[in-house]
Write a protein that binds this ligand. Sequence first.
Ligand code: UD1
Length: 426
Amino acid sequence: LVITGGIPLRGEVRVSGAKNSVLPILAGALLASEPVSLTNIPHLQDVTTMMSILGRLGVSLTVDERLGIELDARALTSCQAPYELVRTMRASILVLGPLLARMGKAEVSLPGGCAIGPRPVNLHVRGLEALGAEVRVEEGYIKASAPKGLKGARIFFDTVTVTGTENIMMAAVLAKGITVLENAAREPEVQDLAKFLNALGAQIEGAGTDTITITGVTALNKKAPQYRVLPDRIETATFLVAAAMTQGNIRVKDTQPELLSSVLKKLEEAGAHIECGDTWIHLDMQGRRVKAIDLKTAPFPGIATDIQAQLTALNAIAEGTGTIKETIFENRFMHVQELCRMGADISVTGNTAVCRGVPFLTAAPVMATDLRASACLVLAGLVAKGNTVIDRIYHLDRGYECIEEKLMQLGAIISRQINPSAQVRS
Ligand code: UD1
């Protein structure tokens, strides 16, 4: 991407469906004994990957002219999610629970995805074992089996894990008896998945709290109306931070402001004037420079780790010094090095970044290292003097739908260029 910085963002932008909702919901469709239909699907590389995995498992998929998807998982033909698909996306692990519940057997390659420190799947494995599955790791695959079916259990997660909660919740839907998940993730996307599964006939209570109770049913065979995926709160927050950094004035529509309370509070601390309606957020910097903010990432309803990199970019050009503590993932400050190449003054010690705001950044060739780090570099490019060139933006396409079109709509000067050397490399 080539971005010419210095233009305040203005206007209106629509938010897409949430990546982190649609991926578990697509995986959840594996549990359904009747066709299901989804809408508000973001057009993302990760969605394409998940659809390819489902296709390999025997799900028949139809995409309509408005990019809604119909999935028919009545006749699954395979229980193996292969390495060549799983390696590009960590969330592929989400097929493990539903596949095991439906087929009594599942083999999923150990996942890849964003390089943000060690991301184990031990809690997924332990949860499935507690439900009575036998799980082995062999030849790079997690191989799980439960020939006699799964049985409800009480499971306590040592660490709050989003996909771990989702995976075990999906497995428990078809287990015999009652499963209670304690210290479960409270993220809105977990709640969205539960709402979707309940519409198909599952009995899940308490999603959105830290205790989820699932009463097993024999099949998900209720004919449900088309299910609309939740709006993406991280995409919403990314546009708001972009507007704040560029001293802009934007309205983000088709979103849910109540999912962003902690971020909106921080943006107000940074000097933004914010107004919200039911489905929109209006942010106006009134031409002022942002002020530095202190924050620490936390599970929902705290500040999501997925918006940390973007808020680091904000602090980079803010007035004053801000401290950012990352508590969810180790090694999630890879964007800092790139920001410093653009003139930022940030030092990282352990899991804390101290950002001394500078009046401006200067364009430089930079490299995206993971999905949210890429978003951070786009934001930096929007305020930097000169033309910033961001390489390896395939990370961005995993999680942001039409990002350059949406930013252009807000007045940004941004374009995508084919990089011949990247083509040779791939
Ligand atoms: C999900 C999101 C991701 C987000 C993250 C944290 C999806 C598809 N992805 O990822 O965008 O950044 O939540 O909000 O929804 N952990 C273990 N053992 C496990 C599982 C996790 O120790 O078996 C640890 C992780 O290393 C991490 C913490 O738990 O330190 C939280 O990770 P987790 O919530 O599982 O992240 P994901 O579900 O992979």
